[in-house]
Design a protein. Structure first.
Ligand code: FAD
Lengths: 352, 394
């Protein structure tokens, strides 16, 4: 048994952390993440140059990683930095393109792509997708497509010939209404109306499920990174903020709650490790569902409690905690929320 | 045991409902119902409508322009207003300063300020909290030093709600520096146009602007603006706190929020079905509804006791804790129900995209903004401290 990170991954984590501290400082984030284009072109290019995307793609596809632990290392670093760059879209795209046997070189080099799966009436489930293709022309709407604003290329899940298929679409051919999200970062509504797309996977169901699980793992790791930063901010504040002549951290009512958060964050780290280790194996879906469920619950608790224990300052725009808290709460609604993943687990119990 | 309002109270309730149906402008109720901040004009317009009816400060005695409502009438009025999505009455003049002036003010102060609160000439804000004095209010440092017939005020207040619309601020200031901190505090009325005052906005988590910092540099305030006697401020503040607390549970807001979440959960889809059919979501909704029904009764038990002239002890603190947690849970459900559609940063540009169902684009903002309700007005931790003190004494 060995829970140490490999040297390669530790180096990747360190260099990413250094780069992000410099390129995406949390103090400057409010100017970047909440105004168009809702991320930094410079930081995006920098991440590509650093080789961050190579870590997300398997060697067969021309990358240098792509395992569960590669994903978790990269996204934990992004989460710590509260980085608004739409790397999740790249992760999903890389996996889907690799499954389709497509070249991923451009994506590794920093091509902005977004993956349109969820729809207004089917935010999480593949069965509800109504977007469809006929003769290579796509019709439908994809809603809250993360990274959609500014994407050059879209991968679109659509019904075609009775199967869920995957299409490669030139973003210029679709109508994209981009916007920023409440936690910072780019997203979009994507409207397809007889839009040409290249069929790249005729039966994409398994590939989509696997990519979504990888994406959910990434989000759990991102949340973990963000939660550890929040815990650090909270502990510092408990030690320095004084009321009634003492640090508020001297009040046991707060101490116990801060400690509870610490315990929960350890649980989150463990379940992320378990899910990452299951990548590529038969249990991956189950482990990811467990992780996304637990992390979603814990992330909400950490955000709400850290704000509460700060008092008023915790809900001010100027204070980084507020932005971490928004990300931590909103991350739950990406790629299946706590209830969604818990239902996945519940549904599988009877078959055990 | 009878859980119903008396016939007179029921008649009053019907009267309030009828009035709201007729007098509350639809566009204002629309904004409030969608979870948007009412505009300054909305608030002023609504205040004027209520004032004309004599209901802006219904609990004030008739001699001062009120109706002499007791706690039950006030409760009925506020519940119905919340259910109708009326804007909250800005409390600083009507609910805070008004009662203070009636109890501690001179006849001259009463004559000068009370009518101006009602007719909207004055918009008051509350200057209690300071950067270093939040929960520990008595440690406040903003000082007022006597210089002939003025006080010279220096220091900083913060979290001043809607100060950007106000022309006056009532402040707790330090007038004595030795002895117990509580014994050196005075209650001072300050005109915000006085030279030396600077107001700076504080942006909140969801991006909105409702609170401010206020800086005082050698601000000269006539001694006639002192309320009560010098160093009596803490007594006044404590009196006011008792006053603020009768409608602390905010159950009207929760009733309205519950109704909206239920409608939303029938509208949005998950896994091919209405969300309300999802067992886990339905469980969340049913749980919070049970909690709300219970706290409504706790609230009525307290009101009934207060109306009968009973002394309130721990009840307000319990209601503050339960009431805020229930409201926040409902805010959570309103956001959760939308899934990813809660994510877009609200903006009018997005309205035609209809990402969230109509009226729900602000659900995530509302959730984040309402983290404040368990912090201000005495945080839920401070409420527990009050309860614990009572428990150990009793
Ligand atoms: C949106 C908003 C509007 C406001 N409007 C106004 C206004 O108009 N006018 C005004 O004067 N003030 C206003 N306030 C200020 C409000 O009353 C304070 O925020 C509140 O008193 C808490 O103070 P604080 O924020 O400094 O937190 P702190 O007092 O620093 O508390 C930090 C944390 O420590 C906890 N804590 C403190 N002491 C103890 C203890 N003894 N035991 C256990 N836990 C403890 C608190 O509960 C909190 O969790 C507003 C605040 C907000 C957020």
């Amino acid at each position: 048994m060995n829970f140490e990170m490999s040297d390669d991954r530790r180096m990747l984590a360190d260099s990413l952390a250094r780069y992000l501290a410099d390129a995406c400082p949390v103090e400057g984030r409010v100017d970047v993440a909440y105004t168009a284009p809702w991320h930094s072109e410079e930081a995006w290019v920098g991440l590509a140059e650093l080789g961050a995307f190579y870590a997300l793609a398997p060697e067969e596809a021309g990358g240098m990683g792509g395992s569960g632990f590669d994903i978790s290392v990269v996204f934990e670093a992004l989460g710590r930095a509260l980085c608004p760059e739409p790397v999740l879209a790249t992760l999903l795209g890389l996996r889907l393109l690799a499954d389709a046997g497509r070249d991923v070189e451009e994506v590794l080099a920093g091509q902005r792509l977004a993956v349109g799966i969820g729809e207004l009436d089917a935010p999480y489930d593949l069965d509800g997708i109504t977007c469809h293709a006929e003769g290579g022309l796509l019709t439908g709407r994809k809603s809250v497509v993360y990274g959609g604003a500014g994407a050059e290329r879209l991968l679109i899940a659509a019904q075609a010939e009775g199967k869920l298929a995957l299409f490669d679409v030139n973003a210029e051919d679709a109508q994209i209404s981009g916007y920023g999200t409440i936690d910072g970062g780019p997203a979009a509504e994507v409207f397809l109306d007889g839009t040409p797309g290249e069929l790249i996977l005729g039966d994409a169901r398994a590939a989509l499920e696997e990519a979504l699980d990888a994406g959910a793992l990434a989000l759990c790791a991102e949340a973990l990174g963000a939660m550890e930063v929040v815990q650090g901010i909270l502990i510092d504040y408990l030690k320095t903020r004084k009321q009634f002549g003492q640090p508020i951290g001297a009040f046991q009512a707060l101490q116990h709650r801060a400690i509870d958060l610490g315990i929960e964050i350890e649980q989150a780290r463990s379940i992320v490790i378990l899910a990452a280790s299951a990548e590529g194996g038969p249990e991956f879906g189950k482990r990811v569902a467990q992780a996304k469920f637990l992390v979603g619950k814990i992330a909400r608790q950490v955000s709400e409690e850290a704000i509460q224990m700060h008092g008023g300052i915790g809900i001010t725009w100027e204070y980084p905690l507020a932005h971490y808290a928004k990300r931590l709460v909103m991350i739950d609604a990406q790629l299946g929320d706590t209830d969604w993943h818990l239902e996945r687990l519940m549904g599988a119990l009877a078959a055990e | 045991m009878d859980l119903n309002f008396s016939p007179e109270e029921q008649a009053f309730q019907a009267e309030v409902q009828a009035f709201l149906a007729e007098a509350l402008p639809a566009e204002i109720a629309g904004r409030v119902g969608r979870g948007e901040e009412p505009t300054r004009e909305d608030m002023e317009r609504w205040h004027a409508i209520l004032n004309e009816k004599g209901w802006l400060a219904g609990t004030w005695p008739e001699e001062f322009g009120g109706q002499g409502w007791g706690p039950i009438e006030l409760h009925i009025f506020e519940e119905e207003c919340a259910k109708a999505s009326a804007p909250r009455i800005v409390p600083f003049g009507t609910k805070m300063l008004g009662p203070v002036l009636m109890k501690f003010g001179t006849p001259a102060q009463q004559a000068e300020y009370l009518p101006r609160i009602l007719d909207g000439r004055d918009w008051w804000c509350q200057g209690y909290s300071e950067p270093g004095a939040g929960s520990d209010l008595a440690s406040l440092k903003t000082k007022a030093e006597r210089d002939g017939d003025v006080y010279v005020v220096n220091g900083q207040k913060t979290w001043t709600t809607l100060g950007q619309y106000a022309n006056r601020i009532f402040c707790l200031v330090r007038t004595k520096f030795e002895g117990k901190p509580q014994e050196g505090i005075s209650f001072l009325l300050i005109d915000l146009d006085t030279p030396g005052i600077e107001m700076r906005p504080i942006r909140l988590i969801e991006g909105g602007y409702e609170v401010n910092e206020v800086f005082f540099t050698d601000v000269r305030v006539p001694v006639g603006n002192l309320v009560g006697e010098e160093n009596m401020g803490w007594t006044i503040a404590k009196y006011l706190l008792g006053h603020e607390r009768t409608n602390i549970a905010g159950t009207g807001f929760s009733v309205q929020a519950l109704r909206q979440v239920k409608a939303l959960a029938k509208q949005v889809k998950r896994g091919g079905k209405a969300l309300i059919e999802s067992p886990l979501f339905a469980a969340r909704l049913a749980s919070v509804e049970a909690e709300l029904e219970a706290v409504k009764i706790t609230n009525l038990r307290m009101l009934s006791k207060a109306a009968a002239g009973g002394q309130l002890g721990a009840e307000p603190s319990m209601l503050k804790i339960k009431g805020t947690v229930i409201r926040q849970e409902l805010n959570d459900l309103a956001r959760r129900a939308l899934g990813p559609a809660a994510a877009p940063f609200p903006s009018e540009d997005l309205d035609n995209l209809a990402i969230a169902p109509k009226g729900h684009a602000h659900n995530a903002s509302g959730y984040f903004n309402n983290r404040k309700i368990s912090i201000y007005g005495g945080s839920n931790e401070i409420q527990r401290n009050i309860l614990a003190k009572g428990m150990m004494r009793g």
